[in-house]
Design a protein around this ligand. Structure first.
Ligand SMILES: *Cc1c(COP(=O)(O)O)cnc(C)c1O
Length: 460
């Protein structure tokens, strides 16, 4: 296959893409397959000789879609969305065509500078102060790990990277039990340890209690531990828990601790001023992550981290061997210094395309619709016999259950997903099994959302 073939097959791929998206509503949302079924369709070994692209393409069309859970399906209501707006897909094709490594300004000047401009555009669009800079990671997990590593190094006076952690004091991190498991993972991977991620008590709304945070930090200091930082969530993954950012940051600052805010899902909604009350006080945070690859239409991977002052993270992550020196290029940004991997994709291009192709107002309208439709559905389900709302909507996420108990609710969820018209997933709230419902698919309509009510009436 050469570049002329690529041109020919790209057109075929574009046709396939159009047909795939046009027929998504006719497909079951969740993959209709069983473990091992796809692998069994592939030969045991790669071919010794070239195969015609026609055959490769046919196998793709025959094998892949039917064993795929369709994340771009307008009735995908599971987890959180992983939206891919058409403008994002186009930008990714172009980024793939260039296939540059954006580790240094020198290796990708356009990618570096467009990334800087996109960080500024998004910062302003989310209503954050002009002082924030930032970078794009592959995932919120990596952004949070980067923030936690910087917390660790600052707390240790920059000794951890150099000396290892064995002889150093016991570091402590603080977060509520509603924060995402990526925070637990960061504590583990950063060498701080799961046991030193202290889960702070929450109130009736699942929000971290600032008074409890204050007491636990003080007790840790008295016990000789070394507090390193606080991680807050705005829009927790389970039921959308929202920590009181202003009060919690005030407690952290009183103890001289940095704060990282995980708004991976809910951050996108902050392009709408009316939702910003959810993170009042955010301007005092040190680090914030949100995923345009969830709800904003820029497809995976695209996790934006804003930093009030990047110095600590740069001091933690910068490592420049001789072969990465860029002679005579002082004063430029080498984004690999901001992140864990050296290599970086041109992720800013899809942000540039998405923000321009839909405009902030076009994106706001989508998000506002999602929130309104979700609330309408929650009201509808709340009024249905034998159903109960377990957690009310936070933006477009709520959970519900049957009044008949966990077993009945779990059985219903299985029936819903085997049915295939819609796809929902589950969580536990205070021990109770609940069906999680979020609206966020880029192309979904009010009718797609209300299909959930029809499915519940049919199967409930
Ligand atoms: C989805 C999610 C994450 C993890 O995101 P990745 O980009 O997949 O690492 C972290 N925190 C919250 C609140 C999330 O919803």
């Amino acid at each position: 296959m050469n570049h002329d073939d690529l041109n020919h097959w790209s057109k075929r791929a574009a046709d396939w893409t159009r047909d795939y998206h046009a027929t998504l509503r006719e497909r079951p949302v969740r993959a209709d397959t069983t473990p091992g079924k796809t692998a069994a369709k592939l030969p045991k070994a790669p071919p010794e000789h070239p195969e015609p692209v026609e055959r490769i393409f046919d196998d793709f069309a025959r094998i892949v879609p039917e064993a795929t859970t369709h994340w771009q399906h307008p009735r995908f209501f599971a987890y959180f969305p992983a939206n891919a707006a058409p403008a994002s897909m186009l930008a990714e094709q172009l980024a793939n065509s260039i296939a540059a490594q954006g580790m240094l300004w020198q290796t990708a000047p356009a990618a570096t500078e467009i990334e800087q401009v996109m960080i500024g555009w998004l910062r302003d669009a989310l209503g954050l102060p002009g002082g924030f800079t930032g970078t794009i990671h592959d995932s919120a997990t990596t952004a949070t790990l980067s923030a936690v590593l910087a917390m660790r190094e600052a707390a240790l006076g920059w000794k951890g990277n150099a000396e290892g952690l064995s002889a150093l004091p016991r570091l402590r991190l603080y977060a509520s039990d509603q924060t995402h498991s990526s925070v637990d993972k960061a504590a583990r991977v950063a060498g701080i340890g799961q046991a030193n991620l202290v889960k702070i008590e929450t109130d009736d709304n699942d929000a971290l209690k600032p008074g409890a945070l204050d007491r636990v930090i003080a007790a840790d200091r008295a016990a000789g531990h070394l507090p390193a930082g606080v991680i807050l969530c705005v829009g927790g993954t389970s039921v959308g828990a929202v920590d009181p950012v202003a009060d919690a940051v005030a407690v952290a600052k009183k103890h001289d601790l940095p704060v990282h805010v995980d708004a991976a899902w809910a951050g996108s909604a902050m392009i709408c001023p009316e939702f910003r009350h959810l993170w009042t006080g955010i301007e005092a945070a040190d680090s914030i992550v949100f995923n345009p690859h969830k709800w904003l239409g820029a497809q995976f991977d695209c996790a934006v981290q804003f930093l009030a002052d990047p110095t600590a993270q740069l001091r933690t992550l910068t490592l420049k061997p001789d072969y990465l020196q860029t002679l005579g290029q002082e004063g430029v940004t080498d984004f690999n210094d901001w992140t864990i991997p050296l290599g970086r994709r041109f992720r800013a291009l899809k942000l540039w395309f998405v923000l321009r192709a839909y405009g902030l107002e076009g994106l706001r309208e989508r998000l506002r619709n999602h929130v309104a439709w979700s609330q309408a559905l929650a009201e509808h389900i709340g009024a249905m016999e034998r159903f109960e709302i377990v957690t009310s909507p936070v933006l477009s996420l709520f959970s519900f259950a049957l009044v008949d108990g966990d077993e009945a609710t779990e059985a219903l969820l299985r029936r819903i997903n085997d049915d295939g018209r819609v796809y929902l997933t589950q969580t536990r709230h205070r021990g109770r099994f609940a069906i999680r419902m979020q609206v966020g698919s880029f192309d979904c309509t009010e009718d797609d959302v209300m299909e959930v009510a029809r499915v519940l009436e049919d199967l409930g």
